[in-house]
Design a protein around this ligand. Structure first.
Ligand code: ATP
Ligand code: MG
Length: 588
């Protein structure tokens, strides 16, 4: 069967979304068939992510196609063809081999979004080692903790990051054998106790025989965002590429001549699964922007690099909304065909704003570090339901479940009933464990399901709706209230830029709903605005669900991956210990 893509001619391939009959494709889909879309290593030596992402394109007709377009902070552009990326990552794999970094060893990368990160990631996978990215803004303690959990063998970082954050930790990292440094301005460097990344790369051979890797061999170690507590190191295997490839195609609508921009940093799973692997496995051009968020810079980038498919996050979309509609109208964004969002619930307001700003709604999709790839999505081929996460991908069985009093897990068949979102294990990018935390891993499963820790509902048409994380759900006067619903209504008010909602203990109601909001530019916090917001929410939500208290904050506490940390709002409100803050934005 040709893939579920109805394409009639080469011309249409370029412009027609992957229009497919969702029900028919779900019916026919098998992961085995999805795997046959990939090449596998020659001579049946297994499956390797880097082979599918780079080698097979470098050795085929796509060899001179731009794989990565890197845009530096100051706007310089460097293009890396599939062929060049292949040769550079071969060199890096040879560097690792010469350093005795073996199959299964952990190679960490702590760097901003520079080309060396991508070369190191692919070279590590070619060598059969495990790639573990760390977010460059982490302070020394979060770096140390993650490197000791995974027992880092080698670290690739930059000289300034090394001096500020890692040099003082060397004694506490006994497994760390090699530190490879990229010098200031990506030049050479000569620091005692470290190796020079570029010098080693230049002297290594360009030819490398990829390590035979079994589909079940470990490939990636990714730490979760730490939104609900201490981050966990999720392990993914080479077979995950089957899911990265097919979800890139089906959920992100990638076509072979697309110019794709995933704004996530590879320090978070989205920036690896969809900032490195999925676009390359699909043979498209992937944009890597070294710079930080800036509304004008982003619009210019979309325009100048003729981005066709864009994958970003609610927090960025809310910041773009804050900057207003006049700004995007100054740019030619007509190339943009598909816009998607992940990471947090996307408020209906934001979905529709996409249509005003770009002519397309944002397509929300849902997944986790643990799932390795997109699980539920608003596909190009179906109507977007603003506020919904969409429908499960072909090959993914999702359900709403509940624990019975006897502790059994029961599937809730009726529509619109709230319960925990569960997935039937068995897809290729499913995590295979939390590194060194077997008990924590085992706790995620019950009754043949993987329990996601998120609460959701399914409507009669099969769309899933996010309610909140189980930890964040508010119990008030016998009702269960998901923070997302309340936050979305507050966001509809013209003054509100962001909203975070918690349950505050109350002797009568058990908990009351309390909201924290930050305001858009041009609005001032005042008792009258507070009153107006309370009234606005009550009219929309009814007295039970509406917040009883609203407080103003200049901005809400977020993880570095951009998620509102409701547990921190709550801890601060109650004067309790703040817990693990290693991923809090603005901390170090
Ligand atoms: P931790 O597990 O350490 O607390 P985290 O769950 O935030 O952190 P990630 O794996 O980065 O770490 O995030 C996955 C979570 O993000 C999901 O479980 C869900 O709560 C939220 N999420 C992701 N996408 C969406 C979405 N489209 N709608 C609603 N929530 C989403
Ligand atoms: Mg989580």
């Amino acid at each position: 069967m040709a893939w579920p893509v109805i394409i009639k001619s080469r011309r249409e391939w370029e412009v027609v979304p992957h229009l497919f009959d969702y029900a028919a494709v779900r019916e026919r889909f098998t992961w085995e068939e999805a795997r046959r879309e990939l090449e596998g290593l020659p001579d049946d030596r297994g499956l390797n992510i880097a082979h599918e992402a780079v080698v097979r394109h470098a050795l085929g007709p796509k060899s001179h196609h731009v794989a990565l377009r890197w845009i530096s902070k100051d706007g310089r552009v460097e293009d890396y063809s599939y062929d060049l990326l292949h040769r550079l990552s071969n060199r890096f794999a040879n560097v690792l081999r010469a350093l005795d970094v073996e199959k299964g060893d952990r190679v960490y990368v702590l760097a901003g979004r520079i080309p060396e990160l991508y070369i190191a990631a692919l070279g590590t996978l070619k060598q059969g080692a495990v790639f573990c990215p760390l977010f460059s803004a982490f302070g020394p303690e979060p770096i140390r903790a993650r490197m000791s959990i995974g027992g880092a063998t080698a670290l690739v970082t930059t000289e300034p990051l090394y001096q500020r954050k890692v040099a003082g930790l060397r004694n506490s990292l006994p497994d760390l054998r090699h530190v490879l440094l990229v010098g200031p301005d990506r030049r050479r460097t000569d620091l005692p106790g470290t190796l020079d990344f570029h010098r080693l790369l230049e002297s290594a051979s360009e030819s490398h025989a990829i390590a035979p890797t079994d589909p079940e061999d470990r490939a990636l170690l990714h730490f979760t965002s730490g939104t609900t507590g201490r981050p966990k190191g999720a392990i993914h295997v080479h077979k995950a590429v089957v899911a990265h490839h097919i979800t890139g195609k089906l959920a992100l609508d990638l076509h072979r001549d697309d110019i794709f921009w995933c704004t996530a940093d590879p320090g978070w799973v989205t920036g690896t699964s969809y900032g490195i692997i999925a676009p390359l496995a699909n043979g498209v051009t992937s944009i890597v922007d070294e710079g930080d968020f800036d509304a004008e810079r982003w619009y210019r980038l979309l325009q100048d690099h003729r981005v066709t498919v864009w994958y970003t996050a609610p927090t960025a979309i809310r910041m773009l909304m804050k900057a207003g509609l006049d700004l995007p109208r100054k740019f030619d964004l007509s190339r943009l065909r598909f816009c998607a969002s992940v990471g947090e619930p996307l408020n209906p307001e934001a979905v529709l704003w996409g249509r005003q700003a770009f002519g397309h709604p944002f397509h929300d999709n849902w997944w986790q570090t643990e799932t390795g790839g997109i699980m539920i999505a608003n596909f190009a081929a179906m109507d977007v339901r603003p506020g919904s996460m969409g429908k499960p991908l072909p090959g993914i069985e999702a359900a709403i479940v509940r624990k019975t009093e006897a502790g059994r897990v029961e599937v809730v068949d009726r529509p619109d009933v709230q319960g925990e979102l569960a997935l039937r294990p068995g897809w290729p990018s499913m995590f295979r464990g939390y590194w060194n935390e077997e008990a924590r891993y085992q706790k995620c499963f019950a009754g043949g399901w993987y329990l996601t820790g998120d609460l959701a509902k399914r409507d009669a048409d099969g769309y899933f709706w996010f309610v909140g994380r189980s930890d964040d759900v508010i119990k008030t006067s016998g009702h269960l209230i998901g923070p997302f619903e309340v936050e979305s209504v507050l966001m509809e008010h013209q003054a509100v830029a962001e909203a975070g909602v918690i349950g505050k203990p109350d002797p009568v109601a058990m908990e009351i709903v309390k909201a924290f909001v930050s305001l858009k530019d041009g609005y001032e916090a005042s008792p009258s605005l507070q009153k107006e917001l309370l009234g606005f929410a009550r009219t929309r939500l009814g007295a039970v669900v509406a917040p009883k208290e609203i407080a103003f904050l200049p901005s809400l506490p977020k993880t570095r991956s951009g998620k509102i940390m409701r547990r921190l709002l709550k801890a601060r409100e109650l004067g309790l210990p703040e817990g693990d803050l290693s991923t809090l934005e603005g901390s170090s």
